[in-house]
Write a protein that binds this ligand. Structure first.
Ligand code: UDP
Length: 331
């Protein structure tokens, strides 16, 4: 149909990308999904393949992108996003946050499309301001192990703002804090799939450091709602989207132990280099500008997520690429 909005979603087969595909399909958009499947999985979007308003390109967004026809929106969500992933593929991580967004912005200019980029709380690094407000510039080590991700995302924000300012491209920047939900990869090294996977396999839960570091976990449906509202808003400055309910990793492990009813215990490993000690979004802006705040509390969200992981096959549960976190442990 002539009036149907057309949206390109990069990283569409990933955890967040696939939930965004679901949402925009449901809203009646024509979704053009793109992914090179390095960390994304077709399984996450297979259920959309039969739809007329959905198409998939197996393509690396760091290479020239061609999309026929009109385009109204671009969501740039392609990127490895867990410490294990971006340590395994650091150069691709840097490329997708630089060349990848450059291609998206160029395409947006030609098509007169609005671009929303997935930025991250990682741009605040190991933050010295708590909770993190959007006007905090961060405390990032560019040459540390997380630098490939953090600096790529910081560059991504800079080039997006430059296209906005110099070329008049309509842009939106969401800073995403830790998010969880169904379709997270069991073995991506993130704390939630790590703990739930360990509980399901009858292994001890691995806490890095003494477990006093904090994170604030947002359920994926809440995040998607925030992104949807931001895309349709007229606000071009960065907006934090996350759940401010902060918890230590030790408390989090205790919650997972209770949820899964496991008899396993926690074991302690060294803390990875530059692992942020605390993280909590200040969401004042999102509340004011987008009239958004999270609705799903951790108990509800974890229950749904646990059900998802329980539904995985035994093969998936036990197929473990080795999580080589030893590589970035302080010795
Ligand atoms: N973490 C942990 N055990 C694990 C995996 C992660 O204690 O098996 C810790 C990690 O060191 C960090 C926190 O959990 O302090 C969140 O880690 P994640 O990789 O999920 O996200 P990020 O550090 O990017 O927020």
């Amino acid at each position: 149909m002539q009036n149907t909005k057309r949206i390109l979603i990069t990283g569409a087969a990933g955890f967040l990308g696939s939930h965004l595909c679901d949402r925009f399909v449901k809203e009646g958009y024509h979704v053009i999904a793109m992914d090179n499947l390095i960390t994304g999985r077709l399984k996450n979007i297979e259920h959309l393949f039969h739809l007329e308003n959905f198409e998939f390109y197996n393509h690396d967004v760091s290479k020239f992108i061609h999309v026929p026809g009109k385009l109204d929106y671009i969501l740039h969500f392609a990127s490895p996003a867990s410490p294990i992933d971006y340590l395994k593929i650091p150069i691709q991580t840097l490329k997708v946050g630089s060349l990848g967004i450059h291609n998206c912005l160029g395409l947006a200019r030609v098509k007169n499309a609005r671009v929303l980029i997935a930025s991250t709380s990682e741009i605040y690094g190991d933050p010295l301001v708590h909770p993190q407000t959007e006007d905090y510039w961060g405390n990032v080590n560019p040459v540390g192990p997380r630098g490939v991700y953090d600096e790529a995302k910081r560059f991504q924000e800079a080039i997006t703002m430059a296209y906005h300012t110099y070329h008049g491209v309509e842009t939106r920047i969401v800073r995403i804090f830790n998010t969880y939900g169904p379709r997270m990869r069991l073995n991506d090294g993130r704390v939630l799939p790590a703990f739930i996977g360990q509980a399901l396999r009858g292994e001890d839960l691995t806490i890095f450091g003494d477990g006093s570091q904090t994170r604030s976990f947002c359920y994926v449906d809440d995040l998607v709602e925030g992104i949807y509202r931001l895309l349709l808003s007229d606000y071009a400055q960065p907006v934090n989207i996350g759940n401010p309910d902060e918890i230590t990793i030790k408390q989090f492990a205790d919650e997972i132990i209770k949820l899964t009813n496991t008899t396993q215990k926690v074991v302690y490993h060294d803390l990875p280099v530059n692992d942020p000690k605390q993280r909590q979004p200040d969401i004042t802006k999102a509340k004011e500008i987008l009239k958004w705040e999270p609705k799903v509390n951790r108990a509800e969200g974890l229950k749904i997520t646990y059900e998802y992981f329980k539904g995985l096959s035994s093969e998936e549960l036990h197929h473990k690429e080795h999580n080589n976190f030893e590589k970035y442990i302080i010795k």
